[in-house]
Design a protein around this ligand. Sequence first.
Ligand code: HEC
Length: 153
Amino acid sequence: MRLASAVIGAVVAAGVLASVAAWLGATRGDAEGERAFDGRSPLSARIDGHETPLPAQASACANCHWPSASPAAGDGTPAALASLGPRLTRAVLLEPAARRGGPPSRYDEAAFCRLLRTGQDPAGVMLPRAMPRYDLSDAACTQLWRHLTGRAR
Ligand code: HEC
């Protein structure tokens, strides 16, 4: 009996530890994704058709996409920013929408990473060249995706 409760106690403790570790991992991924988005962690990128990498200050997502943490529309987003790239919210990425004249599509992590690397959106439509092409590791892309969608996975 005593052994059984000790075993149960150990299993519960292991479960709690595992969820804390998973939570910490997800939070850290978000924080690193936010740093990359804001330009505090430089990302390697270039404009399609150009060999020379963009300067680190130019490749930050937040230069063209209003930071996802800021309040929703009608918030005084400067016109210059609003006109370059869409606000990248969880809803914009995850809900089906007709993008750039293509059929309705939405992003998952794989589609998001493909877009960043190749410029091709989930419906196969190419983005305008104004959006840089990124040379990203899988881990860096996952961190950005987690930051923007707030998902643990
Ligand atoms: C120099 C400006 C610029 C930078 C820097 C930039 N983007 Fe973009 N982005 C754009 C433009 C322009 C579009 C296309 C807008 C359109 O088609 O209406 C775009 C489109 C997108 C889309 C497609 C949205 C949709 O609805 O299909 C995603 C996702 C995206 N960018 C993510 C990022 C991420 C993540 C970063 C940083 C790693 C980034 N962008 C950096 C300009 C930029």
